[in-house]
Design a protein around this ligand. Structure first.
Ligand code: NMX
Ligand code: MLT
Length: 443
């Protein structure tokens, strides 16, 4: 059986050649326009990136290589006796573009286990940080501490031909994906469990071993991790973590430098940090109201108070989606099957009943529906992970699968350094005047 790298080469090399041909023939076709509002408005809706791994439909949500989450849950290989997909299978799908067999997935689990040893110096770097340091900051530093191992940086320095650089990018990406759970677990155990570290169990799959190293023995938590690490893996190319990874990688920075950039973006409260903010917000609501289970009326009042104090309702809204996020729905289904009576989960469902109408009534929120972060914390809390500052690290471990698979594709396709044109408000004003016919345009 050929290795994942050989399969990637078999698939991606001819694809890269076809894309070159396509660009020669059709590169000058126009796919869209940009207006002034988009220049000031976070480039919303500007179609200017190519990402092969997944694509986001505003109404139907994420599709990984064309497969929506419910279909993936059915078609991706599972652990023995398991019901949730193995994230290794999604990695295969994103890299190769086809569904893997059980054998393919087993081979990836074994390969990742074999690559998973973390150099001692990384733990020393983490130990040197004040334990209060936010877990996402520690995680990003942990990734950076491994950069000296980059095979890509070494290959570049040794003058490897640019058409071959994808090979060391692939190796770095797999090494990084293999090691991330260990680093994340080390941070968790050092910060929250009196440094009680758990040795990896290399016989387990990637997600189950992560759950094991975090100190969770419950099979339910392992099951949740498999789902969690699958559904957070990718959200096409324009989101902050994917785009920053891609952007930094376009300068031929290696996978460690590029992924750390992505993590730093994920650590923002409007992006991945929203998962911790949701639980912080719900727990604050309970404390302020002095009740364990607030009524829908009380939730409604609290939402209005949040909005009136100039804050966002965390876990709601999206830059692209215009419907309930299917990743929210997948987690809701998991909860209905596994923990239907959980108090906090029921509060999350009551919030879902109340918030969209209120956000809609503001008249400015483009998507009043919940996103992935609205549900995840309640599931983690159920299994005993109460330290919500850690939640975004879990998101980061998962996001590595998508953004690093994309980085491999970027190098295989030989994409150039990303460098869009920026402009000044002076130029914009001139542009407006010129368009109205009043003046001549200069930079
Ligand atoms: N609560 C309150 N106001 C909101 C919300 C919300 N959940 N969502 C959007 N708005 C406001 C937004 O702040 C903006 O207000 P203003 O014009 O006064 O600046 C207005 O509605 C229009 O924003 P949109 O065009 O609807 O949203 P945009 O595309 O700019 O931003 C988010 C998308 C996701 C940043 C935004 O919806 C948000 O801040 N949500 C809460 C944070 C969150 O859950 N982020 C997680 C996203 C998913 N992820 O994991 O990354
Ligand atoms: C993501 O998973 O990256 C978020 O939903 C944000 C986005 O897509 O913009």
């Amino acid at each position: 059986m050929s290795t994942l790298k050989e399969k990637f080469q078999e698939k991606a090399e001819p694809q890269a050649a076809k894309i070159k041909e396509m660009l020669k023939e059709s590169g000058d076709l126009i796919v869209g326009q940009v207006n002034i509002a988009q220049m000031y408005g976070g480039m919303r809706g500007v179609r200017a990136l190519v990402t092969e791994t997944s694509s986001l439909d505003p109404e139907r949500g994420i599709r990984f290589r064309g497969y929506p989450i419910p279909e993936l849950k059915e078609k991706l290989p599972k652990a023995e006796g398991g019901v949730e997909p193995l994230p290794e299978g999604l990695l295969y799908l994103m890299l190769i573009g086809e569904l893997p067999t059980d054998e393919d997935v087993k081979a990836i689990s074994q390969d990742l286990a074999a690559r998973s040893d973390v150099p001692d110096n990384v733990f020393k770097v983490l130990d040197a940080l004040p334990v209060e340091t936010h877990p996402m900051t520690q995680f990003s530093i942990g990734v950076m501490a491994m950069q000296s191992d980059s095979l890509f940086a070494k290959a570049y320095r040794e003058g490897v031909h640019k058409s071959k650089l994808w090979d060391s990018m692939f190796e770095d990406s797999m090494n990084l994906i293999a090691r991330l759970p260990r680093i994340a677990a080390y941070i968790y155990n050092r910060k929250y469990r009196d440094n009680k570290q758990v040795e990896p169990d290399k016989s387990l799959d990637w997600a189950a071993n992560f759950a094991h190293m975090l100190g969770f023995k419950d099979d339910g938590f392992k099951k949740l991790m498999r789902l969690y690490l699958t559904i957070h893996a990718d959200h096409e190319g324009g989101n902050v973590s994917a785009h920053s990874t891609h952007l930094v990688g376009s300068a031929l920075s290696d996978a460690y430098l590029s992924f750390a950039a992505g993590l730093n973006g994920l650590a923002g409260p409007l992006h991945g940090l929203a998962n911790q903010e949701v639980i912080r917000w719900v727990l604050n609501m309970r404390e302020e109201l002095g009740v364990k289970v607030p009524s829908k009326e009380q939730i409604s009042e609290y939402v209005k108070k949040t909005l009136n104090s100039g804050k966002v309702v965390p876990g709601y809204g999206h830059a692209v989606l215009r419907q309930t996020d299917p990743r929210f729905t997948a987690q809701m289904e998991f909860a209905k099957e596994n923990l239907p009576d959980d108090e906090l989960v029921n509060i999350i469902w009551n919030i879902y009943d109340v918030v969209p109408d209120i956000l809609e009534s503001l008249g400015k929120v483009k998507n009043p529906w919940p996103n992935v972060d609205a549900h995840s914390g309640a599931l983690l809390l159920h299994y005993g992970m109460k330290e919500y500052d850690f939640y975004t690290v879990l998101f980061g471990v998962s996001r590595a699968l998508g953004v690093l698979a994309s980085l491999c594709w970027d190098r295989m396709l030989g994409l150039p350094i990303e460098r869009p044109k920026s402009t000044t408000t002076k130029w914009v004003k001139h542009f407006i005047e010129e368009t109205k016919g009043d003046t001549e345009l200069t930079d």
